[in-house]
Design a protein around this ligand. Structure first.
Ligand code: C5P
Length: 225
């Protein structure tokens, strides 16, 4: 029996991270946030003054950092060359540049290999979330989910999260524009664009509660595992 792999893809703000972690916790599986790995790579490029708009420079430099992704659903960790970067990778500088770094084929090749390695060592199986989990990284996944939500629902959720953190309205508007730009870049790039795999189950979360989404996915996994 092959280990369970649950591949969850979708645009930013679809609820992917929350849903993926919760499904992993409920089913006792490991959890892999592949966006964090692209962010960690971007953080290292910025820290080492690599021009992230120079694809050739990024392609050469991306072999250097040692990126280690913890896969505990309760508290995933990410380190670069031994340094915990969980905080800085969520900052505006990394967020603004990550799509450019993630579009470089050599970056993707390197991180895909690490991602597949994480799945191989996950004892009970893994929930992996990103943009190309079902389409590229885990073509034989047990269950593939493509999570979407209307643009209004996605923007509304993001704004509510930010408001809860005390972020001001002007920043919220600017971040909404940044999110739209990032989704457009991720969907239109040449290598592994955000796309629904032919055999993925589409789950539109606009009108569903978090619990409903988690239950839907957990049931699919239990049926097929
Ligand atoms: O999921 P998150 O928003 O943290 O991902 C950050 C960025 O990493 C995305 O905007 C995308 O450019 C890139 N990414 C990717 N492939 C993945 C996961 C993330 O290209 N599997």
């Amino acid at each position: 029996h092959a280990p369970v792999v649950v591949a969850i893809d979708g645009p930013s703000g679809s609820g992917k991270s929350t849903v993926s972690r919760a499904v992993a916790a409920r089913l006792g599986l490991s959890f892999l946030d592949t966006g964090a790995m692209y962010r960690a790579m971007t953080w290292w490029m910025l820290a080492n003054e690599v021009d992230v708009d120079d694809a050739e420079a990024v392609a050469v430099a991306c072999a250097k950092p040692v990126i280690v992704s913890g896969t505990d659903a309760a508290g995933p960790t990410i380190t670069v060359d031994g340094q915990d970067v969980s905080g800085p990778i969520r900052g505006p500088e990394v967020t603004a540049q990550v799509s450019a770094v993630a579009a470089v084929p050599q970056v993707r090749a390197r991180l895909v290999e690490l991602q597949q390695g994480c799945a191989r060592v996950a004892e009970r199986g893994i929930v992996a979330e990103g943009r190309d989990m079902g389409s590229v990284v885990f073509p034989d996944a047990t269950v593939k989910i493509f999570l979407t939500a209307s643009e209004t629902a996605r923007a509304g959720r993001r704004a509510a999260e930010l408001r809860a953190k005390g972020v001001d309205e002007a920043t919220i508007t600017a971040m909404a524009a940044d999110l739209a730009r990032r989704d457009a870049a991720d969907s239109s790039r040449e290598t592994a664009p955000l796309a629904q795999a032919a055999d993925a189950v589409l789950v539109d979360t606009s009108e569903l509660t978090l619990d409903q989404v988690i239950a839907t996915i957990a049931e699919l996994v239990e049926e097929r595992a």
